[in-house]
Design a protein around this ligand. Structure first.
Ligand SMILES: [Fe+2]
Ligand SMILES: [Fe+2]
Ligand SMILES: [Fe+2]
Length: 448
């Protein structure tokens, strides 16, 4: 038998950084809220433990249904954001609640409704589960308000697990007391879960309309469910649903308006707070690190526009931790090798998600490299020397310094002087010594 060629080890430089450099470093791109959130919704899917594109598919269903119903453009936009952000509360919760189903456990937001939770939890314990279910709806609606997406969207997120017949969460709105936007989001969420559970596109194409009708009047508004069932019998609906370019189509709608520089930083600041919350860190830490990184970039002779992009990258540097199970993130003990490997995926998750955002290709590359070390012992690519981007080192330095000067469960915060001492010890291994000098000259006054 002919011997097979050995599998080549994956080279650290198999990804070409120039693939990501789509900006010409022209500063922060002009992005709509809808474009940015469409891309970042993949991180929210990870936090929820759902298949990539889950939130995007719900947004597609919601917008398709709202358009069929003849809603005006402002309502359709609310439906879009309600669908895309329905489970954003899961991303901000340090310990995502799970429900035991008898066949293992799954994250509670993966279940379609409170009705299903009650059915899934054998005996007792369901009060805790329902409270947790309520919590992610509440947390999600607060985030939506902070993002400035309006009360209608916030209320739709708050009630996305409610049932039409009132069998949902205790004390919540149901039936016609739910707004039309909230009812459409609930339909889209249930329908996507139903499609996901069926698995085969051919099976779901055949059985889908009937399965949707079975929820009419119980879980879902009967009129909306019947309209949805009609849409689900159209090939056009399914072609759009399974379209590989679905994300690009949703981005091109540019819902929520184009953000100026200040709006963008405010928006990203809220998203950074979500990541802080998920990681059990004080709110505002990510914004502080990003501001410091920006100042260091200026001192390292970067232009204002490039420094802006460094700040954007720093704000989003740990968005990939939404893909790390919360019990790993919050584990008080030393991580196992397997758990460490999961944690070390977070720069790759972030790079892949951010590279989908028009104009953030370079920032995606820097974020993907923020745990690299110049001695080649970092992750995920084990890049060496000059291959580690200066911008990634600046972000890594700002993050390390802030961590050292913050309280930890196992130690008190270090003084800036002690933290600089520790960081100097990383010169020539983790960071470039010249950059460390620049960093110290900036971070010292920043602390004062
Ligand atoms: Fe969901
Ligand atoms: Fe949910
Ligand atoms: Fe990180």
């Amino acid at each position: 038998m002919a011997s097979r060629a050995p599998i080549q080890a994956v080279r650290a430089d198999f990804l070409d950084p120039s693939l990501y450099d789509d900006t010409g470093l022209a500063g922060v791109p002009r992005l709509s809220r809808g474009t940015l959130l469409t891309a970042l919704s993949r991180a929210f899917d990870l936090a929820e433990g759902r298949r990539p594109g889950h939130a995007q598919r719900i947004a597609y269903i919601g917008v398709y249904l709202a358009t069929e119903l003849g809603l005006d453009s402002a309502r359709i936009e609310e439906v879009f954001f309600g669908c895309l952000l329905h489970d954003i509360g899961m991303a901000a919760m340090p310990a995502a609640p799970r429900v035991e189903t008898g066949r293992g456990s799954k994250l509670i937001s993966g279940t379609a409704s409170a009705r299903e939770v009650l059915a899934a939890v054998p005996t007792g314990g369901w009060v805790d589960v329902l409270q947790a279910l309520t919590q992610h709806c509440d947390v999600g609606s607060k985030i939506v308000r902070r993002l400035g997406l309006g009360e209608a969207v916030a209320k739709a997120v708050a009630s996305h697990h409610d049932c039409w017949d009132g069998s949902g969460l205790p004390g919540v709105q149901a039936g016609e007391r739910m707004s039309m936007v909230a009812r459409i989001v609930a339909v889209a969420d249930r329908v996507e879960s139903m499609i996901d559970a069926e698995g085969s596109p051919l099976l779901v194409r055949r059985r889908g309309p009937q399965l949707v009708r079975e929820m009419a009047g119980s879980e879902l508004d009967p009129d909306l469910a019947n309209t949805m069932a009609t849409l689900a019998s159209r090939d056009e609906f399914w072609l759009g649903f399974y379209d590989n370019d679905l994300a690009a189509t949703l981005m091109s709608l540019n819902y929520g308006g184009i953000m100026g520089r200040e709006d963008l930083f405010d928006f990203l600041g809220v998203l950074s707070d979500i990541v802080d919350s998920r990681n059990g860190r004080e709110s505002g830490r990510g914004r502080r690190v990003a501001e410091l990184a920006r100042r260091v970039a200026i001192v390292c002779d970067m232009t204002e526009r490039r420094a802006d992009l460094v700040q954007v990258a720093a704000l989003l540097q740990d968005i990939g931790t939404l893909g790390v199970p919360s019990h790993v993130l919050s584990k008080p003990d030393i991580l196992t090798i397997d758990e460490m490997a999961i944690v070390q995926l977070h720069p790759t998750y972030a790079r892949d998600i951010l590279s989908e955002v028009p104009g953030l290709g370079a920032a995606a590359w820097w974020v993907g490299c923020h745990h690299e070390r110049i001695d080649g012992k970092g992750y995920p690519g084990m890049l060496e020397g000059d291959d580690v981007p200066v911008e990634a080192q600046i972000i890594g330095m700002a993050e390390a310094f802030d961590a050292l000067t913050s309280d930890r469960p196992y130690r008190r915060a270090m003084s800036p002087a002690d933290a600089f001492e520790v960081m100097r010890g990383l010169g020539g291994t983790r960071f470039d010594p010249y950059l460390l000098d620049r960093f110290e000259s900036t971070a010292g006054p920043f602390q004062a």
